[in-house]
Ligand binder design. Structure first.
Ligand SMILES: Cc1cc2nc3c(=O)[nH]c(=O)nc-3n(C[C@H](O)[C@H](O)[C@H](O)COP(=O)(O)O)c2cc1C
Length: 350
């Protein structure tokens, strides 16, 4: 009996993989993270309970739900009303105004800053502030307040409309906004971009050389659908599917060895396998939102388990041992690689 108990106690210790501690640590924007999973900016990170729940379930950092530039510019309800009455001022922002009309309160900004400072007291993981902006205007002073409230870093979701036919200097606006923000705050700054850039590769490289600490690729636009019965536009799906990850994966693999700042992967990342792919493509971290909504915050534990299991099977004990491995094979000449695969796979299909 005593022998059986001893075997029972000692067996797991004798098992080498049991002894091996997985190191999932990663650095992102100078922040030391315990693993590569960040809860992306969404409604789930817009409350203190939500942020605490992300930490409890294993997230390494959170990006707080964005405050909108328009909310900063139009602090009071009265100003919103004036703007509504004067469509000339905000004609380009009518959709956002609907949002503001629903949500803005006089003390909205104060609440937003309180959320940052309360989160800093309630969790030990880094808290990243987020602003959704469309111009390089008067809102920039607000980034200082976010820094003072304790944000560990700032993410700018720069939303320039690629279908704006009047905006002739689309890309230049990004550089102007970044320059202004970097002049005001000392915490690391990332931008979250869409893939609608001319010469995306060159643009991402140039953005990475501005002094930014990180670039999040990519923001997800809500794509419209058409209802053929009513023959009108209908709302698209709010949450992503896993199929949407491949553009992120491709560009992560192309860019990760070429940029001068850290890259975060976003869109369509739902499982441990998806995170592993992004790391192999060279991402420093992944940001997830839809899978948290669809599967609940406990999915973070499952993702981490999968990464550990995969690393153990491959004999890796740190992420650095395999980060960017596939990018090095693919990133040098992706067009040639894709053409070769295309010829190999499709030339015999009749
Ligand atoms: C309900 C919801 C709210 C979101 N709110 C924001 C936001 O305030 N700011 C932002 O930068 N991104 C926001 N996002 C985008 C996510 O941060 C993320 O970039 C996008 O959903 C793609 O990741 P996913 O495929 O994991 O969902 C939101 C996404 C969802 C689903």
């Amino acid at each position: 009996m005593v022998r059986q108990v001893l075997i029972f106690i000692l067996l797991p210790v004798a098992n080498k993989s049991y002894l091996k501690m997985m190191n999932l640590r990663t650095d992102y924007m100078g922040l030391k993270l315990k693993n590569p999973i960040i809860a992306a900016s969404s409604g789930l990170t817009g409350t203190l309970e939500g942020i605490v729940s992300m930490e409890k379930n294993g997230a390494a950092a959170v990006v707080i739900k964005s405050i909108f530039e328009e909310e900063i510019l139009l602090e009071a309800n009265q100003q919103v009303k004036e703007a509504e009455e004067n469509p000339m001022i905000y004609s380009a922002l009518s959709e956002t105004l609907d949002y503001i009309d629903l949500h803005i309160r006089e003390d909205n900004l104060e609440k937003f800053l309180d959320l940052i400072s309360d989160a800093k007291k309630a969790v030990t993981i880094p808290v990243i502030g987020s602003i959704n902006c469309v111009s390089g205007e008067d809102w920039i002073h607000f980034t200082k307040k976010m820094e003072e409230a304790g944000a560990d870093a700032l993410e700018l979701n720069i939303f320039l409309n690629p279908a704006d036919f009047n905006n002739k200097e689309f890309e230049k606006a990004y550089f102007r906004i970044i320059e202004k923000v970097l002049a005001v705050i000392k915490i690391p700054v990332a931008i979250k971009i869409s893939k609608y850039f001319t010469r995306l590769g060159l643009s991402v490289k140039a953005l990475s050389e501005t002094g930014l600490a990180g670039i999040v690729m990519f923001n997800r636009f809500y794509t419209p659908d058409i209802d053929i019965e009513s023959m009108s536009l209908s709302t698209s799906k709010i949450f992503s599917t896993q199929e949407e990850q491949y553009e992120t994966l491709r560009w992560m693999a192309i860019m990760s060895a070429k940029v001068s700042c850290d890259l975060a992967a976003s869109t369509g990342i739902h499982s441990g396998e998806d995170v592993i792919k992004m790391l192999l493509a060279g991402a420093k971290v992944t940001q997830i939102a839809s899978t948290l909504y669809k599967n609940g915050p406990k999915v973070i534990g499952k993702i981490l388990q999968k990464i550990e299991h995969w690393m153990s099977g491959k004999g890796f004990d740190s992420i650095e041992q395999f980060r960017g491995k596939v990018s090095r094979e693919y990133g040098e000449d992706p067009a040639a690689f894709e053409r070769m695969q295309f010829m190999k796979n499709f030339s015999e299909i009749r």
